[in-house]
Design a protein around this ligand. Structure first.
Ligand code: GLN
Ligand code: ZN
Length: 757
């Protein structure tokens, strides 16, 4: 039996790549210093994978920013506006990722979207009628050679042709059909070049195959691979799928001349039955995704062994693999020194998953798998009782009444009451919550956590930061203010720390996009509120101003989606537990004079099942009620805002409306205004704040640019419903760009108001 991983994390075990890139962006290191760090990361990881006995070691899973962007650049899918800047190849790449503003020009970044149902975000390639899709890059070959120099034969990984064409945004009149021939040719060239380099296997990642596929999609998939595989040139090709099962194209996939097919046996509900019922060709290897690439819990060997033994009956060659790339889990438990071993013995991060694969290999290679030492040890661990129960929390969940999911009076009545209460101008301006997390802000928190300063000093310093932030917002004339979230490292971790049932890691970072990483907390037990979490900060901030101060909470679905969830109770049950805790906080804020409360559901869309038929029954039917549970108890005058990122929710608008918030802000400046059209078509009642300022880029948007956005928005949204705000929180931005950007934003709103719209 052999083992494989689909991909490995790449930001560096201690985020070395993040820091090197950020220094490069600031001009503090040279291109070659950045490349040196990158190479070091790749070589360390390959060596480590080899030492762990991994048989199929991936290459080209590394990326300086994003692997889909790498694929776009590899195939010359580079819009002219970036080429026209006349920058170096590396800087052109980063300009596509982050936008460029400097002496060579001013160009926005490409759009960024959520990677399937994960919290990773990819850069959306953009092709127009002039795009010539062809193999121009060398990255996969360079990295393959680099590994060979270490004596390591790797399995290069490339975004597959079908998935690439499905993810490209076509801005001209041409569509995916017009690019089929070019795409097939480019991918065939990849195989030829790898053959020349002596590669044994190439992995094409085709996660798009797990969506609901139309007949056209299936035809496209077949047409592409019929052509590409004709020119395999002796290289073996692995069709790698993940994040679900391939029920719509299983038969087509197994009948194409692939040498291996990778399937996900964890998220792919039908994967096992597809293989058992349809059989599996004897001339192919099945790469069985049985080790979870998304969660951090140890693999339960008894379950895995059962699945693999079933598969072995049908398949002549089974390779043990991960369910998806390990990109979505942290690097290693070795850096976790604070957590008690009674917890960590249940965890497996990327490195530990390598050990799991090799243990599973040993177990499955033995004649009596269940009698191996590894198997017995694992079984004993799973038999242990965990201290995860909180009776009080469970009682509260059991006592939830149907009426607890409904807020009264209904929306339009509340809207009237709130208009009278707040007297906001039309096009009210606000921000999404966080202000730049400067070195000073971070140092203050760090010192307090390390015990280097007293609670009193910490509070005083944080209050100073709040006061400065409030004064700035007043000075530029924002209408609804925020306190700035200086007490938070992260919008989920902060709440986790103040709730019971959570565990925290020190270095367990996971890449979210580019150089941005998150450190998801771990839900270990039943979750409840220990004490008020935000009230004191919000009340202090409100005391400094007559303008409304927006309280700032994270919603239950986002807290859950951005944590590593339990596997011993349902997601619904966890979501309701968290919802009740945040509900207590909401009511506490209201009681203390905070009348506008934003409950962020940045990640609401994240775990939406990839197949439409599962959307409601598996997710929205509990996710939306969980949100309603949080705010249904507030007074009619209290204005509930919510915020969502990456606004791909055109298709779930009724569900969003059903959250029954009063105002929703969301990302819009990188995408077109299509979402607004859909809101309009769906007679969306909730007031909306589509972002006019892209905060994922360091660019400063001009007044004219934001006015232009507002004019476009006003053609679709009535002026009574429109809010003016950035796309998202400002925590990752610098003060220098934030201040002028917000000033411009307020100015743009004022000028448009004065146009007598
Ligand atoms: N209130 C949060 C902030 O401003 C929202 C962040 C988010 O949507 N990701 O940082
Ligand atoms: Zn956001």
């Amino acid at each position: 039996m052999k083992t494989s991983v689909i991909g490995y994390p790449r930001i560096g075990a201690l985020r070395e790549l993040k820091f090197a890139c950020e220094k490069y962006f600031k001009g503090n290191v040279t291109e070659s210093e950045l490349f040196h760090t990158a190479k070091h990361i790749r070589c360390t990881q390959w060596t480590q994978q080899r030492e762990n006995g991994l048989d199929f070691i991936p290459s080209n899973d590394f990326s300086l920013y994003d692997n889909v962007l790498d694929t776009a650049v590899l195939f010359n899918i580079i819009p002219d506006r970036y080429k026209a800047l006349g920058l170096s190849a590396l800087d052109t790449y980063f300009a596509m990722a982050r936008g460029y503003q400097g002496d060579k020009g001013d160009v926005k970044a490409l759009a960024m979207k959520k990677w399937f149902n994960t919290n990773y975000h990819y850069i959306v390639p953009e092709a127009d009628d002039g795009t010539e899709l062809k193999l121009t890059g060398t990255k996969p070959f360079d990295e393959f050679r680099e590994a060979l120099e270490l004596g390591i034969q790797t399995k290069p990984v490339i975004t597959g042709a079908f998935t690439l064409l499905k993810l490209v945004r076509f801005t001209g009149t041409k569509t995916e059909k017009d690019f089929i021939a070019q795409t097939a040719e480019a991918y065939a060239k990849i195989l030829e070049q790898f053959a020349a380099l002596g590669a044994e296997w190439v992995q094409f990642d085709e996660p798009y195959l797990v969506f609901d596929l139309s007949a056209d999609d299936i035809a496209l998939f077949q047409e592409l691979y019929r052509t590409i595989l004709e020119r395999k040139s002796g290289v073996k090709v692995l069709l790698q799928t993940y994040f679900g099962d391939i029920r719509d194209c299983y038969r087509e996939a197994v009948s194409l001349p692939f040498d291996g097919i990778g399937m996900d046996f964890l998220e792919g509900k039908q994967s096992l039955s597809l293989v058992l019922q349809n059989g599996f060709p004897q001339d192919k290897a099945l790469f069985a995704g049985v080790v979870n690439g998304k969660n951090i819990w140890k693999n339960q060997y008894s379950k895995t062994v059962t699945v693999v033994e079933e598969l072995k009956k049908q398949c002549s060659q089974v390779v043990l693999s991960t369910s998806c790339s390990l990109l979505h889990v942290p690097y290693t438990l070795k850096n976790e020194t604070a957590l008690d071993e009674k917890y960590t013995k249940h965890f497996a991060f990327a490195e530990e998953k390598l050990s799991e694969l090799s243990e599973l290999k040993a177990i499955l290679d033995s004649n009596l798998p269940c009698q191996t030492e590894e198997y017995a040890e694992n079984a004993a661990l799973f038999a242990e009782k965990r201290d995860s129960v909180d009776k009080k929390v469970q009682e509260k969940v059991n006592e939830i009444q149907p009426s607890d999911f409904f807020r009264l009076p209904e929306f339009s009545q509340r809207e009237k009451i709130q208009k009278e209460k707040y007297h906001l101008p039309i096009l009210p301006t606000t921000t999404i919550g966080s202000f730049p997390q400067t070195a000073e802000v971070k140092a203050n928190r760090r010192k307090w956590k390390d015990g280097a300063i007293s609670d009193e000093d910490y509070i005083k310093k944080t209050q100073e930061q709040i006061a400065e932030c409030v004064a700035f917002q007043e000075s530029i004339g924002l209408d609804v203010l925020v306190h700035g979230e200086f007490e938070r490292n992260d919008m989920v971790e902060y709440f986790g720390e103040n709730l019971s049932g959570y565990l925290f890691t020190e270095k367990a970072w996971v890449q979210s996009y580019g150089t941005r990483c998150v450190k998801p907390p771990v839900i270990w037990g039943d979750v409840g509120r220990k004490k008020p979490m935000t009230v004191a900060w919000s009340v202090y901030a409100q005391s400094l101003t007559k303008k409304p101060m927006k309280g700032m909470l994270t919603g239950p679905v986002t807290i859950l989606n951005w944590s590593f969830p339990r596997e011993d109770i349902s997601l619904k049950e966890s979501a309701y537990q968290i919802a009740l805790a945040i509900r207590e906080e909401t009511l506490d804020l209201e009681k203390n004079g905070i009348n506008i409360i934003q409950i962020d559901e940045a990640a609401l869309r994240e775990k939406l099942p990839l197949r439409k038929s599962d959307w409601y029954s598996e997710y929205l039917d509990w996710a939306i009620p969980a949100f309603r549970l949080v705010h249904s108890g507030v007074k009619p005058q209290t204005q509930i805002h919510t915020h969502m990122c990456y606004s791909e929710f055109t298709d779930i608008i009724p569900a969003i409306e059903n959250m029954d918030a009063d105002v929703i802000t969301f990302e819009a400046s990188r995408s077109d205004l299509q979402i607004l059209q859909s809101l309009h078509k769906n007679h969306f009642k909730t007031q909306v704040g589509p972002g006019v300022y892209d905060i994922h880029s360091p660019r400063i948007p001009s007044v004219a640019e934001m006015k232009d956005s507002l004019h476009k928005m006003l053609k679709i949204v009535s002026k009574e419903k429109l809010w003016v705000n950035p796309d998202c929180g400002l925590k990752t931005r610098g003060v220098l760009e934030t201040k002028p950007s917000l000033k411009n934003l307020v100015e743009a709103a004022k000028e448009v108001r004065n146009e007598n719209i």
